[in-house]
Design a protein around this ligand. Structure first.
Ligand code: TYM
Length: 331
């Protein structure tokens, strides 16, 4: 009997992955593959809560699939598929919508942020986004969900929804735990270290994309906003330096203490260059693998098709149980 705990997580195909996604989530996705049964999805259903251009959307989704494999998601160990290919995600989302309160959804900070940003398209999907996310997780009875800090509130709501459902119908849905890294859970913009690194930033120097070239990476780090202390230490108020330390830790595997010691007495110029080089070194093999994988569409299709088939079987088990408990007439 397989006693491994189960992991579920997903990422939206709204453009190339950033260093924030990588340090906050994907690095853990990769690390957890040996110890856990891992199920990962490209969250394309979530992505249409913001308007997408079909051709770009399709391209972004495939590129994300390729970069996830290039990062080290191993299809022999884990499932990796498109969320829209397993229709049970949308189906359970509808059901969970009926067990989620308007008040809960309106408290979500991501909803508030995104409605401010896309004021001309505050659609119902954007509002009920966390119910779909809860469906993603609960469908697979996941024990743990590796995410960055920004998804914590959605995870808490997912736990509340599962608890509420179980409260009515008995033990149907596993209540999952978030799995958030100690360092790297919130990588900040290199240009504005009080806001999170995001590819939707209008300033391209604020974020690192996994496919950025080495010299672009080094240049962006050289321009990173710091402070005037000229001391590499992890301390409240030193947002820019704290962020660079977190990135260095994520890229090298060193601890914060080791990093601070290593750069004791050195200037910010040296530190920024070292961070840039560490990130470039970490990403160079990923980019190379990515280009090879992207050229092999048949292989990608084989991975996501097979994974979706297996995922669907697991999802069906939960759906059957949920339908029965709710009281739907059996077919
Ligand atoms: P998304 O696509 O915005 O981000 C994917 C993952 O990257 C993390 N992340 C960050 N971590 C650290 N620093 C940052 N600057 C940073 N930016 C992003 C996110 O926390 C996330 O873990 N709703 C989700 C996708 C999703 C999902 C799910 C996640 C859909 N269904 C079910 C978990 C479980 C999202 O938009 O992530």
């Amino acid at each position: 009997m397989d006693e491994k705990k189960r992991i579920f997580s997903a990422i939206q195909p709204t453009g190339m992955m950033t260093l924030g996604n990588y340090a906050g989530a994907i690095q853990n996705w990769v690390k957890m593959q040996d110890e856990y049964e891992c199920i990962y999805a490209v969250a394309d259903l979530h992505a249409i809560t913001v308007r997408q251009v079909p051709a770009d959307f399709r391209k972004n989704a495939m590129q994300l699939m390729a970069i996830l494999l290039a990062c080290g998601i191993d299809p022999d160990k884990s499932l990796l598929f498109f969320q829209s290919h397993v229709h049970q995600h949308a189906e359970l989302a509808w059901i969970l919508n009926c067990y989620t309160q308007m008040g809960e959804l309106s408290r979500m900070t991501q909803f508030k942020d995104k409605s401010a940003k896309h004021a001309n398209n505050i659609n119902a999907g954007l509002f009920t986004y966390p119910a779909l996310m809860a469906a993603d997780i609960l469908l697979y009875q996941a024990d743990l969900v590796p995410v960055g800090e920004d998804q914590k509130q959605h995870l808490e709501l997912c736990r509340d929804i599962a608890g509420r459902f179980n409260g009515i119908y008995g033990d149907v849905l596993k209540v999952p735990e978030p799995y958030i890294p100690k360092v790297g859970a919130r990588i900040m913009s290199l240009q504005n270290p009080t806001s999170k690194m995001s590819k939707s930033d209008t300033n391209v120097n604020g974020y690192i994309l996994l496919t950025d070239e080495t010299d672009t990476i080094i240049r962006k780090f050289k321009r990173a906003v710091t402070d005037s202390d000229a001391k590499v230490e992890f301390k409240e108020g030193k947002d820019g330096i704290n962020n660079l330390i977190s990135i260095y830790v994520a890229a090298t595997g060193k601890t914060v203490e080791e990093t601070v010691k290593e750069f004791d007495g050195k200037g910010y110029g040296d530190f920024k260059l070292a961070v840039g080089e560490a990130v470039a070194d970490m990403l160079a093999p990923v980019t190379k693998k990515y280009n090879d994988l992207l050229a092999n569409k048949d292989y990608l299709m084989q991975v996501y098709t097979k994974s979706a088939e297996i995922a669907e079987k697991i999802a069906m088990r939960t759906m059957r149980k949920v339908y029965k408990k709710i009281g739907f007439t059996e077919k």
